[in-house]
Design a binder for this molecule. Structure first.
Ligand code: C2E
Ligand code: MG
Ligand code: MG
Ligand code: MG
Length: 285
């Protein structure tokens, strides 16, 4: 107790530490306000198949800060996680993305689109998570078969029985699961076999240098082989160039996401130029 207090007191004598703490407190205060004043929004990034057809989109949260402009999630998700704000925030994200899904279902051009949502560890492990997802689906009328949840490998190191149980409950309703940033974490192959997953997402760090790095090529090839063996769909993220896409295609990858197909964008823009974009992609394939 005394030791802990001593350590804390010490921090206040370090001006840089004090500055960092103050900045964090400001950010936390602003983030709370962001939630209550509806400053968060979702952008959607296209996901396509090997013919360039739009299959769905990943919802990515942004913060429309009154002074700082559009703030990317990397700058506030970690704080939201450590403060617990990720729980109300995650519920808002679930609800908003399901609302989008339901709205696309009424649009003949977009009715088949899926929506992928990133779920943070703390959110997933909360006892109410399954109820929250089902309630978002029910309130919005979204089709659970069109909903994908993205987990990361770091989530898998916790209680695996509880994890599988939650996944099974949601999968029974039709919800699908994706393992995000695959290859960057520590998931063991035996875990992978046991988890009721539908898709692996090849992390963009492996796609970035794919063309001139033999190890990255080997890793991507291995992930694709693993996907095939375990009957999981594999999607590559961070695809920026036609050359990367062609290399991925040669390795057997059939699903893509990245700036080549579109940056994260407002929902209205998703599928708006669907056919035109398609023809372009096919022409250059
Ligand atoms: P992620 O789920 O792996 O999302 C992909 C990130 O890569 C996004 O960054 C996206 O904008 C970026 N990206 C997509 N294509 C390309 C590309 O071709 N090149 C490059 N260089 N980058 C590309 P973003 O939106 O900044 O999100 C960063 C991370 O924040 C996400 O990584 C995810 O882990 C987290 N995140 C985003 N939205 C949410 C959310 O709603 N909830 C939670 N819990 N986490 C979120
Ligand atoms: Mg993701
Ligand atoms: Mg990812
Ligand atoms: Mg990532």
């Amino acid at each position: 107790e005394a030791k802990a207090a001593g350590r804390n007191t010490l921090c206040f004598f370090d001006p840089r530490m004090q500055q960092a703490l103050a900045a964090r407190a400001t950010l936390e205060h602003e983030l709370r306000r962001a939630l209550s004043e509806a400053q968060l929004l979702l952008h959607y990034q296209p996901q396509v198949n090997d013919r360039g057809e739009l299959l769905g989109a990943e919802a990515l949260v942004r913060w429309q800060h009154p002074q700082r402009g559009l703030v990317p999630p990397g700058e506030f998700i970690p704080l939201a996680e450590s403060t617990g704000l990720i729980l109300p925030m995650g519920r808002w994200i679930l609800h908003t993305a399901c609302q989008q899904l339901a709205s696309w279902a009424n649009d003949p051009q977009r009715a088949e689109l899926t929506v992928a949502i990133n779920v943070s560890a703390r959110q997933f492990h909360h006892p109410d998570f399954v109820t929250d997802v089902l309630s978002a689906l029910q309130k919005t009328g979204a089709n659970p078969h069109k909903l994908e949840l993205e987990l990361t490998e770091s989530q898998l190191v916790q209680d695996i029985e509880a994890l599988i149980n939650k996944m099974e409950q949601l999968r029974a309703r039709g919800v699908r699961f994706s393992l995000d940033d695959f290859g960057t974490g520590y998931s063991s192959l035996s875990y992978l076999k046991r988890l009721p997953l539908d898709q692996l997402k090849i992390d963009r760090s492996f796609v970035r240098d794919l063309l001139d790095n033999a190890s990255d090529t080997a890793i991507v090839r291995t992930i694709l082989a693993l996907g095939q063996a375990l009957e999981l769909r594999v999607i590559a993220e961070g695809v920026e160039s036609q050359a990367q896409r062609d290399a991925l295609l040669r390795l057997g990858c059939r699903h893509f996401q990245g700036y080549l197909y579109g940056v994260p964008q407002p929902a209205e823009q998703i599928g708006a130029y669907g056919r035109a974009t398609l023809d372009l992609r096919q022409g250059s394939a």
